[in-house]
Design a protein around this ligand. Structure first.
Ligand SMILES: Cc1cc2nc3c(=O)[nH]c(=O)nc-3n(C[C@H](O)[C@H](O)[C@H](O)COP(=O)(O)OP(=O)(O)OC[C@H]3O[C@@H](n4cnc5c(N)ncnc54)[C@H](O)[C@@H]3O)c2cc1C
Length: 558
């Protein structure tokens, strides 16, 4: 029998940080991941991580920028934790061996990022996530934490109102196992692939959202889906906001720096929701170049581009055939990040006993309606640590859960059903995923309205129906990626359902949710979070007040 005090699902930054800090408490901890830890999507983070590092930059200013960026939907107690613990988090990373870029005095250098009144983003060229992830992985190996590498959680095990383990598939052998745990921490990352296109890796399928939802935990503010202003048209890959931080322009077909009309003070460095809406408006009104605007860095020093933006230069060359040193690059808004997620408190606890969450999977909520660039890496580390420590504390008070081995049978049956059908006889998961992704992009993207959302709701319901007949051609048990994909699509459909439900419910415009039929922010009725539970007849919606500590809602301009 596989058994641990604390099982962390997901080995991105949030998961590894949670496991590391849980292990330091002396608990029996294991971490389980569907890919090798350093292949987690955290690896793709480019631009940096925020912290008020300078003496004349109080953390409260970082917090206010975050509150304003969230369109006043972020919970201010959580934002205070995020920003006040940021500087020590950076120093801790540095002591572990992270080689941040340096300024002329040898201090950690900072770059400008969107929605912030001053430079506050620590970085390592445009490969920040990769460096952080590798350094934390070294620490995890040093701590000797057990890693279930290339294992896939199929469901959470809930008994007597508490989570007491998971059912997981060992991808190397095809064996389905019960892993008992006194506490489970979901650090399963975001769900970019629910949309098509997306800046997210193919593994970002939101498994944790769906599994928590199915286990009775509510998801919060799922309608808040961030579109990043600079993604490539060919495949949705990201061109870091660090480019605009270094001074890049956005221009339309007429050669105008159009942000002048939308955010005269912050221009290209307004918050992401504002810039994405501005771009989409330019595109919709015909001032586009083949559905895109242009990202122009040609006026920057060549060495700055080569040293600090080398990865995006490569991306431009590889996917668009554009050398950003010589030519502007076409970009457009693309699905990038989930502000919403599994509702947790500031210790990472969800509404279900024994279940914790951190990172993009969780909604604490520090990002509210719109996340500031470079606040997510910070979120993973600050709240990953807290979730790890509080899960250990909870586990100490629990006696061994008594979970029958037979609990795996339900999942075995579901998998058996998929294996028993061929893709030709049944439904093909790839086709369902593509229709879902395109539907979400079309109707639940930058601009939304009741008619489009209702259409999306109906299409997702039909896809869920069709999913009952999904079949695959690979019947093997070793590394059956066909099966894995089919299981992920089933989970993604639940995530899509929750996003659409939230977007229909919130009849106002705030942050990333812009309803053309309700174009104003409505603090009287909607200064609150949406909570979605999985009910018998579909999603059940509730609301929760926003926690306000020191900053009253104000009009938001950039
Ligand atoms: C291209 C890109 C660039 C970005 N740049 C920045 C940036 O510069 N600054 C910033 O702050 N943020 C950035 N972000 C956002 C940030 O990187 C992510 O939000 C953050 O890294 C998420 O970390 P995580 O630990 O929550 O999840 P992830 O790193 O996504 O890890 C998820 C883990 O869960 C595991 N998992 C998932 N489902 C299962 C399952 N069913 N069974 C087993 N394991 C499972 C995966 O194997 C993986 O290990 C960027 C995001 C992208 C996509």
């Amino acid at each position: 029998m596989l058994e641990h005090d604390v099982l962390v699902v997901g080995a991105g930054l949030a998961g590894m940080q949670a496991a590391l800090h849980a292990a330091r408490q002396g608990a029996s901890v294991a971490i389980l991941t569907k890919v090798h830890p350093v292949r987690s999507h955290s690896n793709a983070a480019q631009g940096g991580i925020n912290a008020a590092m300078e003496d004349d930059d109080p953390w409260e200013d970082h917090a206010y920028d975050t509150v304003k960026g969230s369109d006043f939907l972020g919970d201010q107690d959580a934002i205070e934790v995020l920003c006040s613990e940021a500087p020590e988090t950076i120093i801790e990373l540095e002591h572990m061996g992270v080689i941040f870029n340096r300024g002329s005095r040898g201090q950690i250098d900072l770059r400008a990022f969107g929605g912030q009144a001053r430079k506050r983003t620590c970085y390592i060229a445009d490969i920040t996530g990769q460096v952080l992830l590798h350094v934390i992985y070294e620490q995890l190996m040093k701590a000797g934490t057990q890693v279930y590498e290339e294992w896939f959680v199929t469901s959470l095990v809930r008994q007597n109102d508490a989570i007491c383990g998971v059912v997981a598939l060992d991808l190397r052998t095809g064996a389905l196992e019960l892993i008992k745990a006194k506490a489970v921490i979901l650090c399963t990352g975001g769900s970019g692939r629910v949309y098509e296109p997306s800046s997210n890796a193919l593994i970002c399928t939101g498994d944790g959202y769906a599994q928590a939802y199915r286990a009775g935990a509510p998801l919060m503010d799922m309608e808040m889906v961030q579109y990043h202003p600079t993604t490539l048209p060919s495949n949705g890959a990201l061109m870091t906001e660090g480019a605009r931080g270094e001074g890049a322009y956005l221009v339309n077909a007429k050669g105008e720096r159009f942000m002048e009309r939308y955010a005269p003070n912050m221009m290209e460095l307004a918050s992401r929701d504002v810039v994405s809406r501005a771009e989409q408006t330019e595109i919709n009104e015909g001032r586009d170049i083949d559905g895109c605007v242009l990202l122009d860095v040609r006026h920057l020093d060549r060495n700055t581009i080569l040293q600090k933006l080398s990865q995006i230069r490569e991306l431009g060359l590889e996917y668009e055939g554009v050398d950003i040193v010589e030519e502007p690059c076409p970009v457009r808004p693309g699905m990038h990040y989930m502000m919403g997620g599994i509702k947790t408190d500031i210790q990472g606890a969800t509404f279900v006993k024994g279940l914790y969450s951190a990172g993009e999977a969780a909604c604490v909520s520090v990002h509210g309606g719109n996340r500031l660039g470079a606040n997510s890496l910070l979120d993973t580390l600050v709240f990953g640590k807290r979730a790890g420590m509080s899960a250990v504390e909870y586990a100490r008070g629990i006696t061994d859960p008594n979970v029958p081995e037979s609990r795996v049978e339900e999942d075995r049956e579901h998998i058996g059903g998929i294996l028993s059908r061929s893709a030709d006889d049944g439904e093909r998961a790839a086709a369902l995923r593509l229709t879902m992704g395109q539907t979400m992009h079309e109707h639940v993207g930058v601009f939304r309205d009741h008619a489009g959302l209702t259409q999306a709701q109906n299409i997702i319901a039909t896809l869920k129906e069709r999913y009952q007949h999904v079949g695959i051609d690979d019947k093997g048990s070793v590394f059956n990626t066909d099966l894995l994909f089919a299981l992920e699509v089933g989970l993604m459909l639940d995530v899509a359902e929750a996003i659409v439900a939230g977007a229909l419910f919130r009849t106002e415009s705030r942050g990333a949710q812009f309803r053309t039929d309700y174009p104003d922010r409505n603090d009287d009725d909607w200064l609150k979070h949406t909570l979605v539970y999985q009910g018998d007849g579909g999603p059940r919606l509730e609301t929760l007040p926003v926690t306000i500590t020191q900053w009253q809602p104000a009009r938001r301009t950039y």
